[in-house]
Design a protein around this ligand. Structure first.
Ligand code: PGA
Length: 242
């Protein structure tokens, strides 16, 4: 059975002052029976990981090399050293903004696994690809190209046009992609049916219940609505009750 996971992607938001939100989430997670992960910006990782409560912490990116002359980058080992146990890889903001290819994402995923981190590998089509009827084809190609050999990963399907826009695919569209991802994971890995497939893109307290009711949706990767405990906690609760 895939694990139910509510993951928050803080992106480049937050300072020390915002640790109180993570603290509230960590304390409440005690009574909510689904895995909660917060991926804060790198400078908050260590403090966030030191908070009491059953909250896992993740990075938002890592370099594919273990160490070396890569100014401004962070390695998987360094994330783990801060207390992270997950890392988001191949987010569309990195694929688009920094030209990250499927093979680079795969190399980063291998580096993450080597340091004991579980990669959260993001996939998703553009608006143009969706309108052109190519969403499934694009997402499956990204999956094949980005997956490391090891099955210890989490997949996040995030249509680019749904991220931060308030637009969400309809239930049938989400189901179609998640079913296709599940079938492909099953075909590649003996344990493919156990890999969690998260949906991401404008998940809010108001739409979480409907999204979590979809077969093969095992949780969410949440951006904006993960920044405040009052928004993220209802999403965590909807997931636990789904
Ligand atoms: P959003 O972002 O929830 O703000 O749409 C999701 C993401 O980019 O992971």
């Amino acid at each position: 059975m895939p694990q139910k996971i509510a993951a928050g992607n803080w992106k480049m938001n937050g300072t020390q002052a915002n640790l109180a939100e993570i603290q509230t989430i960590a304390e409440a997670a005690q009574d909510i029976h689904s895995l909660a992960i917060i991926c804060p910006p790198a400078h908050l990782l260590h403090s966030a990981a030191s908070l009491p409560g059953p909250l896992a912490i993740g990075g938002q990116n890592c370099h594919h090399a273990p160490s070396g002359a890569f100014t401004g980058d962070i390695s998987a080992e360094q994330l783990a050293d801060c207390g992270a146990s997950y890392v988001i890889l191949g987010h569309s903001e990195r694929r688009e903004g920094y030209g990250e290819s499927d093979s680079l994402v795969r190399d980063k995923a291998r580096a993450a696994l080597n340091s004991g981190l579980t990669p959260i590998i993001c996939l998703g089509e553009s608006q143009e690809q969706r309108v052109g009827g190519r969403a499934i084809e694009v997402v499956l190609a990204q999956l094949t190209g980005s997956l490391p050999d090891d099955a210890e990963v989490i997949i996040a399907y995030e249509p680019i046009w749904a991220i931060g826009t308030g637009l969400v695919p309809n239930v049938a569209e989400i189901a179609e992609v998640h079913d296709a991802l599940r079938a492909q994971l099953h075909a590649i890995f003996a344990k493919g049916q156990d890999i969690s497939i998260l949906y991401g893109g404008s998940v809010k307290p108001s739409n979480a219940q409907e999204i979590f009711a979809i077969t093969n949706v095992n949780g969410a990767l949440v951006g904006g609505a993960s920044l405040k405990a009052e928004d993220f906690l209802p999403i965590m609760r909807s997931l636990a009750e789904s």
